[in-house]
Design a protein around this ligand. Structure first.
Ligand SMILES: Nc1ncnc2c1ncn2[C@@H]1O[C@H](COP(=O)(O)OP(=O)(O)OP(=O)(O)O)[C@@H](O)[C@H]1O
Ligand SMILES: [Mg+2]
Length: 510
């Protein structure tokens, strides 16, 4: 079989770290080839080299048998290579078509841009691959799943036939993931070759033919997916056995920490997104909030944390109404928050790791004294978190967060928020983009925080995570509470029905 891509003996050095160490990756034409590896193993780096974003320190690249130098993404495009990045690169206030043609605009009369012609082509491509995208919709108005399809169309519009997907499913709902796997198989049928980075072994099993495993920059091996079990892949990746189940004892909940009463919240379009929502979370329990993305979870969390205003209702934290408090006051009164969007609300990307760690507390003892920051204390604290949570980066606490791998950025936020002294731990999609080893650790820590007496509200689109961690499960559908049950009383099918709004069951009220 012919190779679409050969990356031979690729090494890439960054300040303080060898991100790729003599990696060889050979991808057969017309296949889905997965890349698996821990957070920071060098997956995004090697794909960025293939896309011309970075130059390798050494090594050769062949595209369809011919040696090439991919000096920038335009060269990659000319070679038929396209990439959907871990964090999308779309202009929010542009339409779908405007985004797709950006940098490759079809010329109309008198030097104008022929948007109509482009939109027709976008529509044709969208139909050919079953993508169902509206060429004239604005990016900010469409779901994350749709935005991703726009990224896919961007590649197809440029006639790419080698498509790189960097963690495409981390931001998708289970339904969207299923559709994406289908789209990938369609693309391969139409003659494309796909490189897929994912942490989800199930997806590799479902969609990939071959899988190359990286660990700490080195290539561990390439396997035939059909012949390898999920456990074996996990072991190759982290170098030890990984437990997929979460060990925890029964919860012993105590007093109510968070009380949400008849909360109503509007979304950005002015429509009611959360409707008379009530829910309590007690000290020493994990309440999972399940639901399909877009059913009011985001607005609910925004209203709790102060990122948007509520229309009516009450939110009590230890008995005090916090709804009118500004964000910082809410956090100071005992709330820790792992936000859904790590770049928008979780980190200051151009600050260093240690600065991000003390972002809530830089003005207090021990990190400040008499208005002067105490670097020694900050350094000590940063080193502690880095070690405990295994946050990997090139220059330790001095690393600028923007240069860290996606999963390690996420670990940094979780470390900071879990370590804060709070009564309520509000975590949204905490393990998005994390490798199986890191997920195992974070889940263990969340259970530990519960056992120390924190109230945990876990918002997640992943049913496995909800089922594994929660003591009680609340379900939100169309902004309303459609379910409230004890975890041990339900299975995924019943949850699915409640998430779809075809079953209502509110019984685990405390
Ligand atoms: N532009 C950069 N400057 C400095 N260091 C970098 C840069 N990009 C990546 N690194 C470092 O290279 C290593 C590999 O990062 P990479 O993003 O390739 O990991 P990854 O396998 O994609 O991880 P994840 O699963 O978390 O996305 C990391 O330690 C990261 O900190
Ligand atoms: Mg990555």
């Amino acid at each position: 079989m012919a190779y679409a891509i050969e990356m031979l003996n690729i090494t890439k050095d960054f300040p303080g770290i060898r991100a790729n160490d003599n990696v060889t990756l050979q991808v057969e034409e017309n296949t889905v080839h997965a890349l698996l590896g821990e957070n920071g193993a060098g997956k995004s780096t090697i794909m960025s080299i293939l896309f011309g974003l970075y130059q390798p320190t050494s090594g050769t690249i062949k595209v369809k048998g011919k040696e090439v130098t991919i000096s920038d993404p335009n060269v990659a495009n000319q070679l038929g290579i396209g990439m959907v990045h871990q964090h999308f690169k779309l202009v929010e206030c542009f339409t779908v078509t405007e985004n797709i043609i950006l940098g490759d605009e079809p010329k109309g009369k008198f030097g104008t841009i022929d948007i109509k012609k482009a939109a027709v082509r976008v529509k044709e491509l969208s139909e050919l691959y079953g993508l169902n995208v509206d060429p004239y919709a604005k990016i900010r108005d469409i779901s994350v799943g749709m935005q991703q399809r726009v990224e896919i169309l961007k590649m197809l519009y440029r006639n790419a036939d080698i498509l790189i997907f960097d963690e495409p499913t981390a931001v998708l709902t289970p339904q969207e993931i299923h559709e994406l796997m289908h789209i990938m198989r369609n693309l391969v049928k139409e003659g494309k070759t796909i490189l897929l980075i994912t942490h989800k072994l199930k997806e590799i099993k479902e969609a990939a033919d071959k899988c190359t495993v990286l660990r700490k920059g080195k290539c561990i091996g390439t396997i035939n997916v059909k012949e390898t079990s999920e456990e074996e892949m996990a072991r190759m990746m982290v170098g030890r056995d990984v437990s997929f189940a979460v060990e925890k004892d029964e919860a012993h909940p105590k007093e109510k920490i968070l009380e949400i009463k008849d909360l109503c919240v509007k979304n950005v379009k002015g429509l009611m997104a959360v409707k008379n929502f009530s829910l309590d979370v007690r000290a020493g329990e994990i309440v999972g909030l399940a639901g399909i993305d877009g059913n009011g979870q985001t607005e609910l969390v925004y209203a709790l944390t102060g990122l948007c205003k509520a229309e009516s209702g009450q939110v009590l934290l230890r008995g005090n109404d916090i709804l009118k408090l500004p964000i910082k006051k809410r956090l100071d009164s005992g709330m820790a928050h792992v936000p859904e969007d790590r770049h928008k609300h979780g980190l200051v990307l151009d600050f260093t790791l240690k600065e991000n760690f003390v972002i809530h507390y830089y003005d207090r003892e021990p990190f400040s004294k008499h208005g002067i920051m105490q670097q020694d204390e900050i350094d000590k604290y940063a080193d502690k978190l880095i070690e405990q949570f295994d946050v990997r980066s090139g220059q330790g606490k001095e690393t600028v967060v923007r240069s860290m791998s996606g999963g390690n950025q996420q670990k940094a936020i979780i470390a900071r928020e879990i370590d804060r002294s709070s009564d309520l731990l509000l975590v949204v999609q905490p393990t998005r983009g994390l490798d199986v080893g890191a997920i195992e650790y974070i889940h263990k820590r969340i259970v530990e925080e519960r056992d120390k007496g924190k109230a945990v509200l876990l918002v997640s689109f992943e049913l496995d995570e909800i089922m594994n961690l929660s003591d009680r499960i609340a379900v939100i559908h169309d902004g309303e509470l459609s379910g409230l049950v004890y975890q041990k009383d339900v299975d995924e099918n019943v949850l699915g029905l409640m998430m779809a709004g075809s079953l209502k069951k509110v019984e685990a009220v405390v």
